[in-house]
Ligand binder design. Structure first.
Ligand code: HEM
Length: 143
């Protein structure tokens, strides 16, 4: 493939990414940008690396080489939701603060993982008047 073709392909990719931002995502409050999973997915290369952690989108391209845990683990998550692996490692509060400098926007509402089972259970325990839920609430208050 010639250089020109490669450039065309790159331009086409970035145009596709931009148009999907316009199509699916509005800018949320105070000019904060919003991205869909599709928007994030294309940024999965070592010179262009985005990650999602707790529904926030980060451009960590400039951080790969600095990461104390190595760049390999970050590249494995590139363009995807890294919340679970980030939490599994048990990152320090310093690491969590570092995230801020790479923040570029929010994940689109429709692409957020909805923990419906957990939500339902929480709702049941708070509103149900059966003995089990009642005593569970009492135990939460007293122990
Ligand atoms: C942009 C997001 C991330 C930031 C800012 C970050 C930052 C850091 C920092 C500062 C450390 C040093 C230890 C600490 O202070 O907790 C660390 C260690 C580490 N990180 Fe990350 N990290 C990020 C994402 C990830 C992800 C997605 C993984 C996925 C597996 C990962 C895996 C590790 C590992 C394996 C270590 C080494 C832990 C050890 O040797 O004890 N990190 N990271």
């Amino acid at each position: 493939m010639g250089l020109e073709n490669k450039e065309n392909l790159t331009n086409a990719n970035s145009e596709a990414a931009n148009s999907s931002v316009e199509k699916n995502c509005e800018t949320v409050d105070d000019g904060v940008k919003c991205y869909t999973l599709e928007d994030v997915r294309v940024h999965n290369m070592s010179n262009d690396t985005w990650l999602i952690i707790h529904d926030k989108v980060y451009d960590i391209s400039s951080f790969l080489e600095e990461h104390p845990g190595g760049e390999e683990v970050l590249l494995e998550q590139a363009g995807a939701d890294a919340t679970e692996s980030f939490e599994d490692v048990g990152h320090s509060s310093d690491a969590r603060e570092m995230l801020q400098q790479y923040y570029i926007g929010e994940l689109h509402e429709d692409d957020r993982k909805k923990d419906t089972a957990k939500q339902l259970l929480g709702h049941l325990v708070v509103t149900c008047c059966c003995c089990c839920c009642y005593w569970y609430r009492v135990s939460l208050l007293h122990f």
